[in-house]
Design a protein around this ligand. Sequence first.
Ligand code: PEP
Ligand code: MG
Length: 590
Amino acid sequence: MTFSIHGIGVSDKVAIGRAHLLSHVSLEAQHYLVTGDQIIDELRRFADALQSVQDEFTHLQANLDEDAPVEMSAMLAVHSMIVRDELIAQATLDLITEKRYNAEWALSEQVNQLIAQFDAFEDEYLRERKHDVMQVGTRIMRALRENNQLVCELPQAFDSEMILVAHDIAPADMLQFKGRSLAGFITDTGGPNSHTAIVARGLGLPAVVSTGQARSIIRSNEWVIVDGVNGVVLVNPDELILSHYRQVQQAQIEAEQRLAELIGRDARTLDGTPIKLMANIESPNDIARLHTIGADGVGLFRSEYLFMNRKDSPDESEQFNFYKAAVVAMNGKPVTIRTLDIGADKELSTDDYETSVNPALGLRAVRYCLANPNMFITQIRAILRASHYGSAKLLIPMVSGLEQLQQTLHLIEQARVQLREAGIPFDAQMPIGIMVEIPSAALILNALLPLIDFVSIGTNDLTQYTLAVDRGDSDVAHLYEELHPAVLQLIVFTIRATQLAQKSVSICGEMAGNAKLTRLFLAMGLDEFSMQQTQILPVKAQILETSIEQSQEALNRVLQSFDVASIKKHIRELNAQGMNEPITISATVH
Ligand code: PEP
Ligand code: MG
């Protein structure tokens, strides 16, 4: 029987394919039930964790210092026994098999039971043994999590009909789908501008996020339609629905073919203003495609992806080669390398990395870098060195105040002095810019502008921080409104203030790639956009059909409106007015 699941579409495309369920595992000790076909994997995961703790004890025992207290060796022996004890090992395995608890749940259940039994002992010595059980339990739990750095396990093989269905996919995991044959994906969690969704959009994959329960409802191999335009998943569609969606897909293919004809044409408005269309990338490997579609450069290189999915940090030479590869591959076109924006949903896997209490408001991006100055200066040196090989720019994320910018510029200067003294070449004129993505930066922009060369507006975070809505939290996704008047006022102010100071300004958040907002931004005076490469041609199509002058009245109406419904209405009118109807795949005003 056909049924539908509703969520949020993150790409304006549809896919038809078969469901492939990704194992739902989490870094938190979450409680969930595993399905029959996951039990074997879950048992193995627990057995692996036991083995790695056992190996750890053996290693510690073998490497004990000669002068280590004898109690230490005795304690390790006891802990080794506890790991092997039936009451930990076998009982947890039984809970996984019989009750279908996930391994973390089964372990915590069993450890809690044992502790309760120890607590009941009269004998104080025996009662105190509960601490040993707790310590061993904690070690096994940690090993379980370490064996689980990936939120989801990759399929053994991919195919063009595969639709991945997961509870959640971390941004770092999404990267592993690059270059794979895949039809689309569905997740229970996430917001439209979470980094996972952004990477999916960059891959051109139809996707629906925030479905709440798709992972537990959809069965392996079922036929599903992912309607990324309307944010709907149709499970077991009947012939009528399938034939409708096949037509939609065909129309998309034709629209893409028409858009491909724009490759090679200058992006110029009807009134003759040239517009720069740049791309957002995560790695130098993304660049080949940029030449094919004719991007004017890289407006945002999210360098943090080099740091993710690994236990160590890349050293200066690895980073230098990574950035240099991008700069060289762009053949003189600019490459805007953003310094590490780690934190929130983009976490490091290094042992010393700690998640902030409130990740979106915590030690993220430039805050993290300033708290780790050696790491920061290493990255700055690597970027400066890469600047020698082409046209590089350095972009600082999440700037919120003047002192923070001054501290960062001080470190950049220090890096320059070090390189100069060592005789290492770099571009002394490399432009330095900031992301405006926190309202405080927009509000004091006039104090920041004299210190920098350019501004890039990060609308994803600007929306999040203006509205106090976590961009990755599906519970508040309905409140995440990029067209909120406060967000639009901050954007228009930033564009005008930066241009008045005769510095360049672009938008690199996801709004830049929404072709239905292109006219609005052109009317605001924006002449540089940076977006997922998949959006460059739809946006160019809009530019070619837009008169900036004729768009001014509608812009005024938008900026004088304070409710989102009126704003959307005025934007629709702007897009419909006089100028020819644009060719877009089906971008919507959300
Ligand atoms: C933004 O916040 O709009 C942005 C481009 O940066 P990121 O999405 O990487 O946070
Ligand atoms: Mg951001």
